[in-house]
Design a binder for this molecule. Structure first.
Ligand code: FEO
Ligand code: CA
Ligand code: CA
Ligand code: CA
Length: 607
């Protein structure tokens, strides 16, 4: 830190250094982080217990934590006062599986049982947690459950029942099985959880000779091999291989099944019998998170990023309004409304462009016959209206007091190419380090159709020069980091930033001084950034929740031990090659996990 470092009144903890160690570092005053809920741990805290050789069956996996812990939210224990902070429900996503760690003998040969186990290790956990004798534990409850890649759910909104979502098994196009690749999440003012479907293309494929994805499938990255069309075709293949034993995922046999994924799914943790709903009104793309707020007129507003290079930022505004006294009507708010996509102008102004048939750029055509087509072909619609391509929009966070909106743009190796020219909202060629931008909605109203934006910070290592002379430099005030991804405001207005430097870049080239992935606190007013946590080897830090008293923090450590070669699964014969976190050398293999952090003197997190 430099002599000019700004002040903050929001946090006072002693920051930690960068780290390449295989452990979770936090400030000394916080003691040791405790592992609460790792992949394979039973959702009721009792059983079936995790087998360190990954020998649990698919049926057992359905009652255990999935893999790839990601977005996470805290909810009050149903019936409790909402401020109670010694027990509650934690709901979290299990984004994806490392197929090399999930099975005792690795991916090959792929069997029906393995596909089923992989599907059971995806989805969402709803668990009850309680602090007893000073220690947080997972406890049994009537609300504890797993949502998996085959849990029945319903479609709502413009695309529900439309031709594009009808399949042989669901002729009405209303009932879908499952959710997967649930990346980050959201929480509504009426107490429901939003699980966001991101890279759904990788689960579908087709082994039929000569199969070619159609234009719609290509726009979303679907390929015969499950590899991403834009990024990876020819270089790598997806390792899920679900289509080999579950025909739903065969693009040739069931071409419409893929249209039923890529949505935001609403789950009611208070009602264990409730059927999750996929809200097509919020659009279909590679959803990152869903940041929910209320407009001045009490409409529900949801901010969302589409995390792929040169994709867009979206906002949904509900038709109905929030009524704190009527939960039943609130539960319908995300079914009907207007979806917008963002345009960032170089003069610092911005516009929300409605994705509504008949609006400029969106005339009736074979591609857009009615509004339901826009809910399925959302990216194609956004392409038509003049939206601004961004450097991989990840999480959006809304300041709890001012309503100012922040978004992480994690990185974009293609920025500066002909198809993705530099603009002032994405100002760096190849953007290796990412940045964070913010905006104020016109009149301070989340439902406004215009805004004023600025860059909050340009991330990175200031000793690495810009990729192109004359372009703006790294300008972090305080502790350095790259590839911001997770972004959460706590109720005091501390902005928590979590990083996702890909394992192929950790410790290499531009990232040689930045160590393992980390979490930092930022003051949104002064810009000061201070590092709070560093993770074990090969991991990403993602997912964050607090108890209402702000004395307990839950953080997700995703994919510890991930190998550094892109798309390379862990070696089942040597699963501990990269990391032994959290179980140590005597454990079986690295496991994603939720950790609990408290201040040793019982102070608030950040003190
Ligand atoms: Fe699942 Fe964009 O991270
Ligand atoms: Ca992410
Ligand atoms: Ca990421
Ligand atoms: Ca991830």
């Amino acid at each position: 830190s430099s002599a000019k470092e700004p002040e903050t009144s929001l946090f006072s903890f002693q920051g930690v250094g960068v780290s390449t160690e295989d452990k979770v570092h936090i400030p000394d005053a916080y003691g040791k982080p405790k592992v609460l809920y790792a992949w394979g741990d039973p959702i009721d805290g009792q059983g079936p217990v995790f087998k360190p050789d990954a020998g649990n069956s698919a049926e057992e996996q359905e009652k255990q934590a999935g893999m790839g812990h990601d977005g996470m939210q805290w909810f009050p224990w149903p019936g409790d006062d909402a401020s109670r902070s010694d027990r509650g429900l934690l709901v979290m996503n299990h984004e994806y599986t490392d197929q090399g760690l999930l099975f005792t003998d690795g991916l090959e040969p792929i069997t029906e049982e393995k596909v089923r186990k992989s599907q059971a290790a995806h989805g969402v956990s709803i668990i009850a947690v309680e602090k007893k004798d000073g220690e947080w534990k997972v406890v049994p409850s009537q609300w504890s459950r797993r949502v998996t890649a085959y849990t029945p759910m319903t479609l709502t909104g413009p695309a529900a029942g439309c031709e594009l979502v009808r399949t042989q098994a669901d002729a009405k196009g209303l009932n879908v099985l499952g959710t997967f690749n649930n990346c980050a999440s959201g929480k509504t003012p009426w107490g429901t959880y939003l699980a966001c479907e991101e890279n759904v293309h990788g689960y579908f494929g087709c082994d039929a000779e000569g199969f070619q994805p159609n234009a719609d499938q290509k726009r979303y990255g679907f390929t015969a091999s499950g590899a991403n069309y834009e990024k990876e075709e020819g270089k790598a293949t997806s390792l899920y291989h679900w289509w080999k034993h579950d025909q739903r995922f065969d693009l040739g046999k069931n071409p419409h099944e893929a249209n039923r994924f890529g949505f935001v799914v609403e789950i009611d943790p208070q009602n264990p019998d409730s059927v999750p709903r996929k809200h097509t009104a919020l659009g279909r793309f590679k959803h990152e998170n869903a940041a929910v707020t209320l407009s001045k007129g009490k409409h529900a507003v949801v901010y969302m990023g589409d995390d792929e290079k040169n994709e867009y930022i979206y906002k949904f505004v509900s038709s109905g309004t929030y009524d704190p006294a009527n939960r039943e009507s609130n539960l319908k708010l995300l079914e009907t409304g207007t979806l917008y996509v963002a345009q960032f102008k170089d003069d610092g102004s911005g516009k929300w462009l409605p994705l509504v048939l008949g609006q400029p750029g969106l005339v009736k055509s074979d591609v857009f016959t009615n509004q339901s087509d826009i809910s399925v072909r959302t990216r194609q619609a956004a392409d038509k209206v003049g939206a601004t391509t961004m450097d991989r929009p990840e999480w959006v966070a809304v300041h709890p007091i001012s309503g100012k909106v922040f978004v992480t743009l994690t990185n974009n190796s293609s920025r500066g190419e002909e198809s993705a020219k530099i603009n002032s909202a994405n100002p760096r060629t190849k953007n290796a380090f990412g940045h964070i931008i913010s905006w104020d909605e016109a009149g301070g109203d989340a439902a406004a159709e215009t805004f004023q934006w600025s860059i909050f910070l340009l991330a990175g290592d200031p000793t690495i020069p810009p990729a192109k002379d004359g372009e703006p430099k790294v300008n972090i005030k305080g502790d350095i980091f790259g590839s911001p991804d997770g972004l959460t405001f706590d109720p005091r207005g501390i902005l928590w930033i979590q990083t996702d430097v890909s394992s192929s870049k950790i410790g290499q080239k531009d990232y040689k001084n930045l160590g393992n992935n980390m979490m930092l606190a930022a003051d949104p007013n002064t810009g000061l950034v201070r590092r709070f946590l560093t993770g074990p080897k090969g991991c990403e830090i993602t997912g964050l929740a607090f108890t209402p008293d702000l004395k307990t923090m839950f953080v997700n450590i995703q994919h510890p031990g991930e190998r550094s070669k892109e798309n390379e699964p862990s070696d089942p014969k040597d699963p501990k090659a990269v990391s032994t976190w959290p179980d140590g050398a005597n454990g079986g293999r690295p496991r994603p996990a939720t950790v609990v952090i408290t201040h040793s003197d019982g102070k608030l997190i950040g003190e």
